[in-house]
Design a protein around this ligand. Structure first.
Ligand code: ATP
Ligand code: MG
Length: 587
């Protein structure tokens, strides 16, 4: 080993001997309590043996990096504890060490995940230098042959002079969850992560639920949503999204709404003109017509055949799943859909003969079933809050959020911030909009658009948007699950999620289990801790014991690409989220 400081087994660092080995941890015996004192070596400060200190255990073929999690005195010495005995090192403390990773003795930076071997009884234990721990951390997630390009995110809690530098790929490469109770430092951490991403030339999109990320990030484009300038035009919504908004009841209203949408898409494709078709009736050519007037198909009394022929010719456009039709005509069209399926006519003198080729008259029963749907749609389309979000009375234009996202992906900006801060909480409008944006991104990802420029999608306060369902008046529940789908399938497409939330248990299990990296700030609630410990198997349960005592900005960083959990304090971001607690008066 060329660098003498990197030799992990120096006698100056000696602490004690292993005297008990368990599958999860080992116990160490310190021959003298003096060995636990801190010391300085080549100008670097060492903690000595205190809880949280990193140690190196010498093995046969392997070495081990561990962390002291417990210190105690043997039963027999506990009662004779006094000042003098301490100074003369008459005590022989024992400690519990959590083994974090093992490494090859001849190639110390070749880290093995999991334990392939155990230390022997009598193996020597040394204090680890911060530099060594740092070197390990910066190689996490780097595959053999790849160059490691770690970013500094913060420092170790146990040893603030040791910087934590990690590869961004190992944090974001498999989706990332930032969790913790309020005030733990999630938003600060998110801001720090964004800064390090964009400083390395990567792209991020941020759904800013509260408007707190109003700092001057490099290459940021900030879009305000809610005042009507930037809308997510309804024509970009999927039919499912429209169903979330309009909530048709399942029996009569769903098929009528579906039919009406189909009809309006036909109107759009035929530019509002009636559809003509020449047919042969008893040897005579005859023109039959599906009438279109004022942007709606007049079904009552119209011929079906032109409609059907047009539909099958254009089926892929009509059934593309998008809402590209004139929504202001929707309620009129629903009324037009409420007709009898066949017409009655007098043919050859016989009254009331059924004519299958034509729709019959208005069916008032159907109309009355659809009244509640019609009034709901009218209400939504004419409410200004909805108009300002979905542009119901506007044309699709360049300011559209979908266009903004498109241009952002192609352009030079690094961060696109979508400010949801001014969107009201009424009518589940935030969830539906976030879900629609998620779905838009999902489709782009499936289309391969992020393959060459990966994008990290940040969602702070994710509990507002995830695990949501839309309930209709008949208690039909529809999940808003586009982020779930992103979590499940988009890693390979280059679209990564980074979600921050106070309540991990509010995130669907499916999404949580797809998270490869966890940044866990202070967490007190038992259920939340359970949600985390069940989702991240690699986090050693012992490390999670540190969760309730973490300070502001301190967090446990763990994940698939991290052979060991890191207890670190994140650096303060340059752009601080504006979320300070208002102070109470002290008069
Ligand atoms: N890395 C840090 N270094 C120093 N102070 C920090 C750090 N992170 C957070 N803080 C302090 O903690 C406060 C709360 O942080 P932050 O707003 O990020 O919490 P949060 O977890 O997002 O809370 P909430 O759930 O309420 O949004 C900050 O105002 C700041 O004073
Ligand atoms: Mg926050």
């Amino acid at each position: 080993m060329s660098n003498p400081k990197i030799n992990p087994f120096r006698h100056e660092f000696f602490l004690g001997y292993i005297n008990q080995v368990f599958p999860q941890f080992v116990k160490v015996h310190f021959p003298s309590s003096v060995l636990l004192n801190g010391f300085t070596h080549y100008g670097e400060e060492f903690n000595g043996g205190i809880v949280g200190t990193f140690v190196i255990v010498e093995g046969h073929k392997y070495g081990f990096l561990g962390r002291i999690t417990e210190l105690a005195l043997p039963e027999s010495e506990r009662l004779s504890l006094n000042e003098r005995a301490f100074q003369t090192s008459d005590f022989h403390p024992t400690g519990k060490i959590e083994i974090l990773l093992s490494f090859d003795l001849y190639n110390p930076f070749k880290v093995k995940k999991g334990l392939t071997a155990y230390p022997n009884i009598g193996a020597k234990v040394f204090v680890s230098s911060g530099e060594l721990v740092q070197k390990y951390m910066s190689r996490f997630g780097v595959k053999e042959g790849e160059i490691s390009n770690p970013e500094k995110l913060g420092c170790l809690v146990s040893n603030p002079s040791t910087a934590v530098k990690v590869n961004l790929q190992s944090i974001f490469g498999r989706h990332c969850a930032v969790v913790g109770t309020t005030g733990g430092g999630k938003s600060y951490t998110v801001s720090r992560l964004i800064e390090s991403l964009i400083s390395t030339g990567n792209k991020a999109i941020l759904i800013d639920a509260t408007g707190e990320y109003n700092g001057k990030y490099d290459g940021v484009e900030s879009i305000e949503i809610g005042d009507g300038t930037h809308v997510f035009h309804y024509s970009q919504l999927t039919i499912d999204d429209l169903f979330y908004l309009f909530r048709p009841s399942s029996k009569v209203q769903v098929p009528k709404l579906m039919e009406a949408i189909r009809s309006l898409k036909i109107v759009e494709l035929n530019k509002g003109n009636s559809i003509h078709k020449i047919v042969n009736v008893n040897g005579n050519e005859q023109t039959v017509i599906t009438k279109i007037e004022k942007g709606v198909i007049k079904k009552a009394g119209s011929d079906k055949r032109p409609y059907e022929e047009f539909y099958y010719k254009n089926i892929s456009n009509i059934e593309d799943g998008y809402s590209n039709f004139n929504i202001e005509r929707l309620t009129f069209q629903i009324t037009e859909e409420s007709v009898w399926d066949t017409a009655k006519a007098t043919i050859n003198g016989i009254k009331n003969t059924t004519v299958n080729e034509r729709w019959g008259d208005r069916n008032d029963g159907d109309v009355s079933h659809c009244i509640s749907l019609i009034s709901r749609i009218n209400n939504i389309v004419s409410t200004s809050i909805y108009q300002n979000i979905f542009g119901f009375k506007k044309q699709y234009d360049e300011n559209d959020i979908s266009k903004v996202i498109d241009n952002f992906i192609k352009g030079d900006n690094c961060l696109l911030r979508l400010n949801f801060g001014n969107i009201p909480f009424d009518f589940q409008i935030r969830e539906i909009l976030a879900n629609a944006i998620g779905k838009f991104m999902l489709n782009k990802a499936r289309d391969g658009q992020f393959k060459s420029t990966p994008v990290v999608l940040f969602i702070d306060e994710a509990h507002q948007f995830l695990n949501k369902t839309v309930k209709d008046e008949y208690f039909d529940v529809k999940p808003l699950d586009s982020f779930d789908s992103i979590a499940k399938e988009c890693r390979k497409h280059g679209l990564f999620l980074c979600i921050a939330t106070q309540m991990p248990r509010d995130i669907p299990q499916g999404t949580l289990s797809q998270m490869g990296t966890f940044i866990v700030h202070r967490l007190i609630n038992y259920n939340d801790k359970e949600a985390i410990s069940s989702a991240c198997s690699s986090a050693n349960k012992n490390t999670l014991d540190f969760l309730p005592i973490l300070g502001e900005g301190e967090a446990i960083l763990t994940g698939v690409d991290f052979p060991m959990p890191i207890i670190m304090k994140f650096d303060e971001p340059d752009n601080k989220p504006n979320s300070g607690t208002p102070s109470l008066n002290n008069k």
